[in-house]
Design a protein around this ligand. Structure first.
Ligand code: SAH
Ligand code: SF4
Length: 353
Protein backbone atom coordinates (compact mmCIF):
# COMPACT_ATOMS: atom_id res chain seq x y z
CA UNK A 1 0.00 0.00 0.00
CA UNK A 2 2.89 2.37 0.77
CA UNK A 3 3.88 2.17 -2.91
CA UNK A 4 0.46 3.47 -4.02
CA UNK A 5 0.60 6.31 -1.49
CA UNK A 6 4.03 7.37 -2.70
CA UNK A 7 2.95 7.12 -6.34
CA UNK A 8 -0.04 9.33 -5.52
CA UNK A 9 2.21 11.88 -3.81
CA UNK A 10 4.57 12.03 -6.79
CA UNK A 11 2.18 11.79 -9.76
CA UNK A 12 -0.98 13.21 -8.14
CA UNK A 13 -2.99 10.47 -9.77
CA UNK A 14 -3.61 6.77 -9.43
CA UNK A 15 -5.57 4.33 -11.59
CA UNK A 16 -9.06 3.48 -10.36
CA UNK A 17 -8.14 -0.04 -9.27
CA UNK A 18 -5.20 1.09 -7.11
CA UNK A 19 -7.33 3.88 -5.63
CA UNK A 20 -9.99 1.31 -4.74
CA UNK A 21 -7.44 -0.91 -2.99
CA UNK A 22 -5.91 2.04 -1.17
CA UNK A 23 -9.26 3.19 0.25
CA UNK A 24 -10.54 -0.31 0.91
CA UNK A 25 -7.54 -1.56 2.85
CA UNK A 26 -6.36 1.68 4.48
CA UNK A 27 -5.12 0.84 7.98
CA UNK A 28 -3.73 3.20 10.65
CA UNK A 29 -0.22 2.98 9.26
CA UNK A 30 -1.37 3.88 5.73
CA UNK A 31 -3.52 6.75 7.02
CA UNK A 32 -0.57 8.19 8.94
CA UNK A 33 1.58 8.07 5.80
CA UNK A 34 -1.22 9.61 3.70
CA UNK A 35 -1.63 12.44 6.22
CA UNK A 36 2.11 13.08 6.43
CA UNK A 37 2.45 13.37 2.64
CA UNK A 38 -0.79 15.36 2.33
CA UNK A 39 0.53 17.90 4.84
CA UNK A 40 3.87 18.11 3.01
CA UNK A 41 2.04 18.69 -0.28
CA UNK A 42 -0.30 21.29 1.19
CA UNK A 43 2.51 23.18 2.94
CA UNK A 44 4.68 23.12 -0.19
CA UNK A 45 1.81 24.65 -2.21
CA UNK A 46 0.21 26.96 0.32
CA UNK A 47 2.46 27.33 3.36
CA UNK A 48 1.17 27.10 6.92
CA UNK A 49 -1.40 29.89 6.67
CA UNK A 50 -5.01 28.72 6.77
CA UNK A 51 -7.45 30.83 4.76
CA UNK A 52 -10.61 31.96 6.54
CA UNK A 53 -13.98 32.54 4.83
CA UNK A 54 -16.90 34.16 6.62
CA UNK A 55 -19.97 31.96 6.15
CA UNK A 56 -23.31 33.78 6.07
CA UNK A 57 -26.33 31.46 5.99
CA UNK A 58 -28.73 33.80 4.22
CA UNK A 59 -31.90 31.66 4.07
CA UNK A 60 -33.10 28.30 5.35
CA UNK A 61 -36.02 28.07 2.90
CA UNK A 62 -35.56 25.29 0.36
CA UNK A 63 -37.70 24.02 -2.52
CA UNK A 64 -35.58 20.87 -2.75
CA UNK A 65 -35.96 17.64 -0.90
CA UNK A 66 -32.50 16.04 -0.66
CA UNK A 67 -32.95 13.01 1.57
CA UNK A 68 -29.97 13.76 3.82
CA UNK A 69 -30.62 17.42 4.63
CA UNK A 70 -32.61 19.01 7.46
CA UNK A 71 -33.54 22.01 5.30
CA UNK A 72 -35.46 19.78 2.84
CA UNK A 73 -38.93 21.10 2.04
CA UNK A 74 -40.75 18.16 3.65
CA UNK A 75 -39.24 18.97 7.04
CA UNK A 76 -42.16 20.85 8.53
CA UNK A 77 -40.61 20.93 12.01
CA UNK A 78 -38.14 23.65 11.13
CA UNK A 79 -38.96 27.32 11.51
CA UNK A 80 -37.57 29.03 8.46
CA UNK A 81 -35.86 32.40 8.18
CA UNK A 82 -34.45 34.66 5.51
CA UNK A 83 -31.99 37.50 6.19
CA UNK A 84 -32.64 40.94 4.72
CA UNK A 85 -29.99 42.68 2.62
CA UNK A 86 -29.38 45.02 5.55
CA UNK A 87 -28.78 42.10 7.91
CA UNK A 88 -26.39 40.49 5.43
CA UNK A 89 -24.48 43.75 4.99
CA UNK A 90 -24.22 44.02 8.78
CA UNK A 91 -22.62 40.54 8.83
CA UNK A 92 -20.16 41.66 6.15
CA UNK A 93 -19.34 44.82 8.09
CA UNK A 94 -18.68 42.78 11.21
CA UNK A 95 -16.59 40.21 9.30
CA UNK A 96 -14.61 42.85 7.41
CA UNK A 97 -13.71 44.59 10.68
CA UNK A 98 -12.33 41.28 11.95
CA UNK A 99 -10.17 40.90 8.89
CA UNK A 100 -12.21 38.50 6.75
CA UNK A 101 -11.79 39.06 3.00
CA UNK A 102 -14.10 36.37 1.64
CA UNK A 103 -17.83 36.18 2.27
CA UNK A 104 -19.64 32.95 1.48
CA UNK A 105 -23.38 33.40 1.00
CA UNK A 106 -25.06 30.04 1.49
CA UNK A 107 -28.74 29.06 1.53
CA UNK A 108 -31.34 26.49 0.64
CA UNK A 109 -32.81 26.82 -2.85
CA UNK A 110 -35.09 29.64 -1.81
CA UNK A 111 -37.46 30.78 -4.61
CA UNK A 112 -37.39 34.30 -3.13
CA UNK A 113 -33.73 34.54 -4.11
CA UNK A 114 -34.49 35.59 -7.69
CA UNK A 115 -31.74 36.76 -10.01
CA UNK A 116 -32.81 40.37 -9.54
CA UNK A 117 -32.77 40.15 -5.74
CA UNK A 118 -29.47 38.32 -5.62
CA UNK A 119 -27.76 40.57 -8.17
CA UNK A 120 -28.79 43.55 -6.10
CA UNK A 121 -27.32 41.93 -2.98
CA UNK A 122 -24.07 40.87 -4.69
CA UNK A 123 -23.62 44.35 -6.22
CA UNK A 124 -24.19 45.96 -2.82
CA UNK A 125 -21.50 43.81 -1.19
CA UNK A 126 -19.18 44.26 -4.14
CA UNK A 127 -19.41 48.06 -3.99
CA UNK A 128 -19.23 48.24 -0.18
CA UNK A 129 -16.23 45.90 0.11
CA UNK A 130 -14.36 46.03 -3.24
CA UNK A 131 -11.34 44.12 -1.95
CA UNK A 132 -13.28 41.05 -0.87
CA UNK A 133 -14.22 37.89 -2.73
CA UNK A 134 -17.88 36.87 -2.87
CA UNK A 135 -18.55 33.14 -2.91
CA UNK A 136 -22.04 31.80 -3.53
CA UNK A 137 -23.45 28.45 -2.42
CA UNK A 138 -27.09 28.62 -3.47
CA UNK A 139 -27.63 25.31 -5.26
CA UNK A 140 -28.71 24.63 -8.83
CA UNK A 141 -29.61 27.59 -11.04
CA UNK A 142 -29.68 28.24 -14.80
CA UNK A 143 -26.58 29.12 -16.83
CA UNK A 144 -28.03 32.61 -17.36
CA UNK A 145 -28.50 33.05 -13.64
CA UNK A 146 -24.92 32.00 -12.85
CA UNK A 147 -23.75 34.38 -15.60
CA UNK A 148 -25.71 37.34 -14.18
CA UNK A 149 -24.43 36.72 -10.67
CA UNK A 150 -20.88 36.52 -11.97
CA UNK A 151 -21.32 39.83 -13.76
CA UNK A 152 -22.76 41.35 -10.58
CA UNK A 153 -19.50 40.51 -8.80
CA UNK A 154 -19.54 36.94 -7.46
CA UNK A 155 -16.35 35.10 -8.38
CA UNK A 156 -16.61 31.74 -6.62
CA UNK A 157 -19.37 29.14 -6.37
CA UNK A 158 -19.64 26.01 -4.24
CA UNK A 159 -21.83 23.25 -5.65
CA UNK A 160 -20.93 19.81 -4.42
CA UNK A 161 -21.65 17.07 -6.94
CA UNK A 162 -22.72 14.94 -3.91
CA UNK A 163 -22.34 11.57 -5.68
CA UNK A 164 -20.70 10.79 -9.01
CA UNK A 165 -22.33 7.36 -9.23
CA UNK A 166 -25.79 7.82 -10.74
CA UNK A 167 -27.39 5.00 -8.71
CA UNK A 168 -26.16 6.55 -5.44
CA UNK A 169 -27.15 10.05 -6.57
CA UNK A 170 -30.68 8.75 -7.26
CA UNK A 171 -30.81 6.99 -3.89
CA UNK A 172 -30.19 10.17 -1.87
CA UNK A 173 -32.13 12.67 -3.97
CA UNK A 174 -35.79 12.98 -4.97
CA UNK A 175 -36.82 11.90 -8.48
CA UNK A 176 -36.94 15.44 -9.86
CA UNK A 177 -33.21 15.94 -9.27
CA UNK A 178 -30.61 14.44 -11.60
CA UNK A 179 -26.87 13.91 -11.60
CA UNK A 180 -26.82 15.08 -15.21
CA UNK A 181 -28.27 18.42 -14.29
CA UNK A 182 -25.89 18.78 -11.35
CA UNK A 183 -22.87 18.11 -13.57
CA UNK A 184 -24.17 20.54 -16.19
CA UNK A 185 -24.47 23.22 -13.49
CA UNK A 186 -20.85 22.59 -12.42
CA UNK A 187 -19.69 22.78 -16.07
CA UNK A 188 -21.59 26.08 -16.50
CA UNK A 189 -19.85 27.53 -13.45
CA UNK A 190 -16.44 26.44 -14.75
CA UNK A 191 -17.15 27.79 -18.25
CA UNK A 192 -18.33 31.15 -16.95
CA UNK A 193 -15.06 31.53 -15.07
CA UNK A 194 -16.03 30.97 -11.44
CA UNK A 195 -13.54 29.45 -9.04
CA UNK A 196 -15.71 26.40 -8.63
CA UNK A 197 -16.13 23.99 -5.72
CA UNK A 198 -17.26 20.38 -5.92
CA UNK A 199 -17.33 17.67 -3.26
CA UNK A 200 -19.30 15.05 -1.40
CA UNK A 201 -20.20 13.76 2.03
CA UNK A 202 -18.39 10.74 3.42
CA UNK A 203 -20.53 7.91 4.76
CA UNK A 204 -23.82 8.88 3.19
CA UNK A 205 -26.04 5.75 3.20
CA UNK A 206 -25.43 3.59 0.12
CA UNK A 207 -21.93 4.95 -0.47
CA UNK A 208 -19.29 2.30 -1.25
CA UNK A 209 -15.56 2.30 -1.94
CA UNK A 210 -16.43 2.11 -5.62
CA UNK A 211 -18.64 5.21 -5.44
CA UNK A 212 -15.87 7.12 -3.64
CA UNK A 213 -13.43 6.17 -6.41
CA UNK A 214 -15.95 7.51 -8.93
CA UNK A 215 -16.23 10.76 -6.94
CA UNK A 216 -12.46 11.25 -7.05
CA UNK A 217 -12.30 10.36 -10.76
CA UNK A 218 -15.10 12.79 -11.65
CA UNK A 219 -13.30 15.58 -9.84
CA UNK A 220 -10.05 14.67 -11.59
CA UNK A 221 -11.89 15.05 -14.86
CA UNK A 222 -13.63 18.36 -14.09
CA UNK A 223 -10.74 19.96 -12.14
CA UNK A 224 -12.57 22.02 -9.49
CA UNK A 225 -10.65 24.79 -7.70
CA UNK A 226 -12.19 24.02 -4.32
CA UNK A 227 -13.20 20.67 -2.85
CA UNK A 228 -15.59 20.35 0.08
CA UNK A 229 -15.50 17.00 1.84
CA UNK A 230 -17.17 16.33 5.19
CA UNK A 231 -18.80 13.44 7.00
CA UNK A 232 -22.51 12.73 6.56
CA UNK A 233 -24.21 13.67 9.84
CA UNK A 234 -27.67 12.30 10.64
CA UNK A 235 -30.60 14.69 10.90
CA UNK A 236 -33.51 13.39 12.97
CA UNK A 237 -36.23 14.79 10.66
CA UNK A 238 -35.06 13.29 7.38
CA UNK A 239 -35.70 9.92 5.70
CA UNK A 240 -32.07 8.97 6.51
CA UNK A 241 -32.57 9.45 10.26
CA UNK A 242 -31.86 5.79 11.09
CA UNK A 243 -28.37 5.91 9.58
CA UNK A 244 -25.17 6.55 11.48
CA UNK A 245 -22.80 9.47 11.00
CA UNK A 246 -19.95 9.01 8.54
CA UNK A 247 -16.64 7.80 9.98
CA UNK A 248 -13.96 10.28 11.06
CA UNK A 249 -11.19 7.99 9.91
CA UNK A 250 -12.63 7.49 6.43
CA UNK A 251 -13.26 11.24 6.09
CA UNK A 252 -9.62 11.99 6.97
CA UNK A 253 -8.44 9.26 4.58
CA UNK A 254 -10.41 10.72 1.68
CA UNK A 255 -9.29 14.26 2.60
CA UNK A 256 -5.64 13.24 2.52
CA UNK A 257 -6.05 11.36 -0.77
CA UNK A 258 -7.84 14.40 -2.21
CA UNK A 259 -4.97 16.70 -1.21
CA UNK A 260 -2.48 14.36 -2.90
CA UNK A 261 -4.62 14.23 -6.07
CA UNK A 262 -5.27 18.02 -6.11
CA UNK A 263 -2.16 19.77 -4.70
CA UNK A 264 -3.35 23.28 -5.58
CA UNK A 265 -7.01 22.95 -4.56
CA UNK A 266 -8.55 24.98 -1.74
CA UNK A 267 -9.86 22.33 0.65
CA UNK A 268 -11.83 23.32 3.77
CA UNK A 269 -11.80 21.51 7.08
CA UNK A 270 -15.60 21.52 7.23
CA UNK A 271 -17.96 22.34 10.09
CA UNK A 272 -19.35 18.80 9.74
CA UNK A 273 -15.88 17.47 10.62
CA UNK A 274 -15.85 19.59 13.79
CA UNK A 275 -19.33 18.33 14.59
CA UNK A 276 -18.06 14.75 14.50
CA UNK A 277 -15.06 15.48 16.70
CA UNK A 278 -14.21 18.60 18.77
CA UNK A 279 -10.78 18.92 17.14
CA UNK A 280 -12.04 17.79 13.73
CA UNK A 281 -10.96 21.04 12.06
CA UNK A 282 -7.39 20.55 13.31
CA UNK A 283 -7.39 16.92 12.20
CA UNK A 284 -8.65 18.12 8.81
CA UNK A 285 -5.71 20.50 8.49
CA UNK A 286 -3.36 17.72 9.53
CA UNK A 287 -4.83 15.71 6.64
CA UNK A 288 -4.14 18.42 4.03
CA UNK A 289 -7.01 20.94 4.36
CA UNK A 290 -6.09 24.65 4.06
CA UNK A 291 -9.34 26.57 4.57
CA UNK A 292 -11.72 27.13 7.49
CA UNK A 293 -15.13 28.76 7.19
CA UNK A 294 -16.06 30.42 10.50
CA UNK A 295 -19.74 31.21 10.96
CA UNK A 296 -20.64 34.86 10.43
CA UNK A 297 -24.44 34.47 10.51
CA UNK A 298 -26.36 36.46 13.15
CA UNK A 299 -26.37 34.50 16.44
CA UNK A 300 -30.17 34.25 16.54
CA UNK A 301 -30.44 32.28 13.27
CA UNK A 302 -27.48 29.92 13.62
CA UNK A 303 -29.48 27.13 15.25
CA UNK A 304 -32.20 27.49 12.60
CA UNK A 305 -29.84 26.69 9.73
CA UNK A 306 -30.25 23.11 10.77
CA UNK A 307 -28.76 21.03 7.96
CA UNK A 308 -27.81 18.21 10.35
CA UNK A 309 -28.03 17.43 14.07
CA UNK A 310 -25.68 19.04 16.64
CA UNK A 311 -24.03 21.35 14.10
CA UNK A 312 -20.79 22.59 15.74
CA UNK A 313 -21.30 25.77 17.71
CA UNK A 314 -17.75 25.85 19.04
CA UNK A 315 -16.44 29.32 19.71
CA UNK A 316 -13.45 28.74 17.45
CA UNK A 317 -15.88 27.98 14.58
CA UNK A 318 -17.49 31.38 15.02
CA UNK A 319 -16.15 34.42 13.22
CA UNK A 320 -16.46 36.35 16.51
CA UNK A 321 -13.65 34.29 17.97
CA UNK A 322 -10.94 34.32 15.32
CA UNK A 323 -8.32 34.77 18.03
CA UNK A 324 -9.36 31.45 19.57
CA UNK A 325 -9.10 29.79 16.19
CA UNK A 326 -5.67 31.33 15.63
CA UNK A 327 -4.54 30.00 19.03
CA UNK A 328 -5.75 26.52 18.13
CA UNK A 329 -3.95 26.72 14.79
CA UNK A 330 -0.74 27.82 16.53
CA UNK A 331 -0.95 24.74 18.75
CA UNK A 332 -0.40 22.60 15.62
CA UNK A 333 2.13 24.95 14.00
CA UNK A 334 -0.26 26.85 11.72
CA UNK A 335 -1.82 30.34 11.71
CA UNK A 336 -4.64 32.27 10.04
CA UNK A 337 -3.91 33.74 6.62
CA UNK A 338 -6.23 36.75 6.25
CA UNK A 339 -5.66 37.29 2.53
CA UNK A 340 -8.44 36.54 0.03
CA UNK A 341 -6.83 33.27 -0.90
CA UNK A 342 -7.76 32.93 -4.54
CA UNK A 343 -6.88 29.80 -6.43
CA UNK A 344 -3.48 30.10 -8.11
CA UNK A 345 -4.99 30.22 -11.60
CA UNK A 346 -6.78 33.44 -10.65
CA UNK A 347 -4.81 36.53 -9.78
CA UNK A 348 -6.26 39.49 -7.87
CA UNK A 349 -5.97 41.62 -11.01
CA UNK A 350 -8.36 39.34 -12.89
CA UNK A 351 -11.66 40.84 -13.84
CA UNK A 352 -14.45 40.34 -11.38
CA UNK A 353 -12.38 39.27 -8.41
N1 SAH B 1 -28.54 24.38 -0.94
C1 SAH B 1 -27.17 24.45 -1.28
C2 SAH B 1 -26.27 24.87 -0.15
C3 SAH B 1 -26.63 24.40 1.22
S1 SAH B 1 -26.37 22.71 1.57
C4 SAH B 1 -26.71 23.14 -1.87
O1 SAH B 1 -27.37 22.13 -1.68
O2 SAH B 1 -25.67 23.16 -2.54
C5 SAH B 1 -24.61 22.65 1.61
C6 SAH B 1 -24.03 21.27 1.73
O3 SAH B 1 -24.38 20.70 2.98
C7 SAH B 1 -24.52 20.25 0.72
O4 SAH B 1 -23.77 20.33 -0.46
C8 SAH B 1 -24.35 18.92 1.44
O5 SAH B 1 -23.24 18.18 0.94
C9 SAH B 1 -24.15 19.32 2.90
N2 SAH B 1 -25.09 18.58 3.75
C10 SAH B 1 -26.43 18.52 3.63
N3 SAH B 1 -26.95 17.66 4.54
C11 SAH B 1 -25.91 17.16 5.23
C12 SAH B 1 -25.79 16.18 6.28
N4 SAH B 1 -26.85 15.59 6.78
N5 SAH B 1 -24.56 15.90 6.74
C13 SAH B 1 -23.46 16.53 6.25
N6 SAH B 1 -23.51 17.44 5.26
C14 SAH B 1 -24.72 17.74 4.75
FE1 SF4 C 1 -31.86 22.22 -0.02
FE2 SF4 C 1 -29.17 22.19 -0.29
FE3 SF4 C 1 -30.40 20.90 1.71
FE4 SF4 C 1 -30.65 19.96 -0.77
S1 SF4 C 1 -28.72 20.10 0.43
S2 SF4 C 1 -32.32 20.19 0.73
S3 SF4 C 1 -30.70 21.87 -1.94
S4 SF4 C 1 -30.35 23.07 1.38
Amino acid sequence: MDGSVKELAINHSLDAESLYRLIDSCNDHTLTLLQQLAVETSVAQWGKGIFVRGLIEISSHCRNNCLYCGLRRDNTHLSRYRLSNDEILQCCKHGYAMGLRTFVLQSGEDPFLSDDNLCELVSLIRSSYPDTAITLSLGERSHESYQRLFEAGASRYLLRHEAAQSSLYAQIHPKEMSLNNRINCIKSLLNIGYQTGMGMMIGVPGQTTQSLVEDLMLMKQLKPHMIGIGPFITHHDTPLKEHNNGSLKLTLTILAITRLMFPDALIPATTALSTLSPDGHLQGILSGANVIMPNLSPQNVRALYNIYDNKAYKASQSADELQLLDNELHSIGYHINYSRGDHKNFSCNDNNL
